[in-house]
Write a protein that binds this ligand. Structure first.
Ligand SMILES: Nc1ncnc2c1ncn2[C@@H]1O[C@H](COP(=O)(O)OP(=O)(O)OP(=O)(O)O)[C@@H](O)[C@H]1O
Length: 454
């Protein structure tokens, strides 16, 4: 165990306009701290704090470019407290500024360090501040580490779901890599988080990467990190997701979308359990449990040489397949009621009742978009429902899930055309009355009729 366990996991930002101070602090801290950033110009703080989350900010009280009253320091404490309330602030002050340091403490700083500092003393102070902060708000220190990851409840009492829950309980604590298969919206993300939550790594980081949304060009820098100068925009060293997930769980979502050349790189990191940041030659050991997920037919892809078999074997020490919603029997109703209650509360509406024809419609629908589609349909129903009991018409199942876009447009146009014809027939060809019933102007109705004629 490291003598400074909190420092080891922390992300620290150093702000001082003296480059020598920044350099010597960074040299001292880098070997001991997970992430160290330095910033010369305090004006950049608001931007930096929006982009990144820090556990501790070491802030100088005086800046030469400004009036030397120490008020700049106090001003910046107040800004940090607003923009990054989770971060502890430690002030750097000159010996003569002790009164000011005391004011800084009153304004919310956690401690102060007097320049010139003694290295051991500085490290002790930072470690102590980080420890106190963790005890206070129960957050563990690395950016992504929380006592437990936030997980939606896994609802379902069908046999398939009960057996899934049992399997998760059994495999979560094993540390084996897990591949989760299943159609879109079946709950792969929820299950990945649950596995982390029930694992021995629960207090360590859970880091999720959507590989489907990651452009090929960013794959390496995002996953493996980079060293300052590795490419034009690499202004600072940055750890990748593997390093950030160190000692925790890395969730590789949409792993089936990774192109072959990147698959080789991923495989090599998983085999060697170390990453080399872009622009560096020094390997960094990483201890991560990898949970991955995909809705692609990954085994078929392997037979077609579109996915590496050896990579599958690294990922699927254990494998889970989530059943589609249409195979979960009455779970559809449990989930529907769960989402109706959830959204009724969110939108401050009464919980609509689900019975009769609406219930039948729900039971008979196939849910190609699975739980996500059901969730959206229930949210919409809560917003649109006009009575206490839902009607079948209140249940809108997205055609997007079932019909390709071109066909949808044609279908909508057909629906519109037949509705217009029916209304005109009903009014025996009286365009004024038909337009009124349709809620459009006569001109608009004529334009529609022209369009259908052409
Ligand atoms: N069993 C469940 N109980 C409650 N909510 C669920 C359940 N399964 C899924 N959900 C909810 O449905 C939505 C979709 O789930 P999730 O994102 O986990 O699916 P996914 O399989 O990862 O989808 P994709 O393949 O598109 O990434 C989420 O809002 C999730 O909270």
């Amino acid at each position: 165990m490291s003598a400074q366990p909190h420092l080891k996991k922390a992300a620290i930002l150093l702000v001082d306009d003296d480059p020598d101070v920044l350099l010597s602090m960074a040299l001292l801290l880098r070997p001991l701290v997970a992430t160290v950033r330095t910033e010369k110009n305090p004006e950049r703080l608001p931007n930096l704090l929006k982009q990144e989350r820090f556990d501790l900010i070491l802030l100088d009280m005086n800046y030469q470019s400004m009036v030397n009253t120490g008020n700049e320091g106090l001003y910046w404490i107040s800004q940090v407290r607003k923009l990054a309330p989770q971060a502890a602030v430690v002030m750097l002050t000159a010996y003569a500024d002790i009164d000011l340091a005391v004011r800084a403490l009153k304004d919310g700083a956690s401690d102060f360090v007097v320049k010139p500092w003694r290295n051991e003393k500085l490290l002790d102070s930072l470690e102590e501040v980080l420890g106190r902060r963790q005890a206070r708000d129960g957050t563990s220190l690395p950016r992504h580490a929380r006592p437990s990851v936030s997980v939606s409840p896994l609802i379902g009492e069908s046999e398939a779901m009960q057996s899934l829950r049992y399997t998760i309980e059994k495999i979560a604590p094993t540390d084996a890599n897990i591949l989760i298969l299943g159609e879109n919206g079946t709950g792969k993300d929820v299950v990945a988080r649950l596995i982390h939550q029930q694992s021995n790594r629960t207090h360590e980081p859970f880091v999720a990467v959507d590989l489907g949304a990651l452009p090929e060009t960013l794959f390496e820098s995002e996953l493996f990190g980079y060293q300052k100068g590795a490419f034009t925009d690499a202004r600072q060293d940055r750890p990748g997701r593997f390093e950030t997930a160190h000692t925790g769980t890395l969730f590789l979502d949409e792993v089936g979308n990774v192109p072959l050349p990147q698959q080789a790189k991923l495989l090599s990191v998983l085999q060697n359990r170390q990453v080399v940041r872009l622009g560096s030659t020094i390997p960094v050991a990483v201890d991560v449990r990898v949970v991955s997920a995909t809705n692609m037919p990954i085994y078929q892809m392997a037979t077609e040489n579109r996915f590496r078999k050896d990579l599958i074997y690294r990922l699927n020490t254990l494998e889970l397949t989530l059943p589609p919603l249409r195979e979960r029997g009455d779970d559809v109703l449990l989930l529907a009621r769960h989402f109706l209650t959830l959204y009724a509360e969110k939108y401050s509406k009464p919980v609509p009742q689900l019975e009769g024809r609406a219930l039948t419609r729900l039971k008979n629908y196939g849910f190609p978009g699975n739980v996500r589609e059901l969730q959206h349909a229930m949210e919409r129903a809560v917003i649109m429902a006009e009575a206490d009991v839902l009607r079948p018409e209140d249940l809108f199942f997205s055609p997007v899930e079932t019909v390709p876009p071109a066909e949808q447009t044609t279908r909508l146009a057909e629906l519109e055309k037949s509705t217009i014809n029916k209304v005109i027939e009903k009014h025996h060809g009286n365009i004024t009355k038909a337009a009124k019933e349709l809620g459009i102007t006569r001109m608009a109705l004529y334009r529609r009729l022209d369009k259908y004629d052409s």
